[in-house]
Design a protein around this ligand. Sequence first.
Ligand code: NAD
Length: 454
Amino acid sequence: MTVNESIPSLVSSQKQFFLKGFTKEPEYRIRQLTRLRQIIVARESEVIQALRQDLNKSEQEAYTTEIGIVYKELSHILNNIKRWSKPGRVKTALTHVGSKGMIYPEPYGSVLIIAPWNYPWQLAISPLIGALAAGNTAMVKPSELTPAVSALITSILEEAFPSEYVASVEGGPEVSTELLKQKLDYIFFTGSVNVGKIVMEAAAKHLTPLTLELGGKSPCIVHEDAPLKLTASRVAFGKFTNAGQTCVAPDYVLVHSRVKEPFIAYLKEAIMDFYGPEPLSNPEYGRIVSEKHFDRLAGFLDNGRLRHGGRADKEMLRIEPTVLDQVTWDMPVMDEEIFGPVCPILTYEDINEAIRAVQSRPKPLALYLFTENEEVQEHVLSSVSFGGGCVNDTLMHLATPYLPFGGVGESGMGSYHGQYSFYTFSHMKSVLKQTNRFDFKFRYPSKNGLSILK
Ligand code: NAD
């Protein structure tokens, strides 16, 4: 079958399956997600292997950032599906005396999930769990840049589900484009800002609701009172995990000028500690996904003054964890989301200067603030809009199923994880159940004028 022939028939078979009503039952959803978990557990070593093949992810990183997160999401959601699926009763206004206000969470229908390459497993499977928990059918379009993981996703989903319920459709932009032409019931997209705009335009044609999980330049502010050794370890962890190819990686560091030098010294120490003196030959250090991204990143290495790293191996698609100092806002490295192991350092004198610098740029997906000063914490948190983030840490806000994860402004719209995934993939149908025991005449038109005055 050609892509153009198969996609419309796949969508139509998913719509027919949805109408059969099986997915409306929470017990059905629980059985399906439990089955998915069993298959993932049985094939876990294949997931680790595929992540190694596509991105040279170490087993430890694969587990903590891709597999473990999915298990946590699965068990949290499985434990709560029944409760979240129940219709909820809400208060009614005085004008509605005698009636009941009800909210029925209902699945949208056929959902499309488009995933990126940087966490190719987690970012495809985690939204899928939410979509199925809420009772939808789903099509997953994994990234063409991580072919081993994409093929494995297809194979696992084929083993777990019939295609009219859940299907993986592999391919690049041409396949996404074809999928987006269909009349779908919900679109969940994770990827770049530019493609996000294309997806939103396609969704607008059918007025399909959507979530956009996008990217951007996430700042990391290190204030003068921060404990610098610990801060540097946590910044290095956030910046260099997956060789910097993390949507919520600290893109750049804004450090108070008084502590810049000791901070850089500790940052170098942390990098040496994590990856050793020769990261390019460390088998546990990740690689850049493609030659195109490698070339783009290599172009940043001469920006500002090199303080650490800076070497790259094109054949292995590896770039050392690199620290750049004396960086200014007009340099190429500050112009676009870096998405690689390059850490520019800029300084500020006064926290308001740092706040203004962030405020004058698109709203970031994440913000990290290192300070123990609660006044500074509250000042920054109340002044700057960003998707989510951490105080005194990096990345960890996305690893809990209790916090909604998503962007704001150019970094995206909508959120997911845990309960927020369930609600993202559900329409909240409001119903007023009226009593027939009595009636208020005053709401009806009266040929004699206002009935309330009679
Ligand atoms: P991308 O936008 O290039 O691709 C994402 C997906 O969209 C892929 O499946 C791709 O095949 C598809 N796609 C590409 N071009 C398309 C087109 N013209 N029409 C329709 N679909 C198309 O992003 P990427 O390079 O895979 O990922 C990197 C970006 O994703 C970064 O900007 C990063 O910040 C962002 N990201 C965001 C999150 C988040 O949770 N907010 C997570 C990971 C990555």
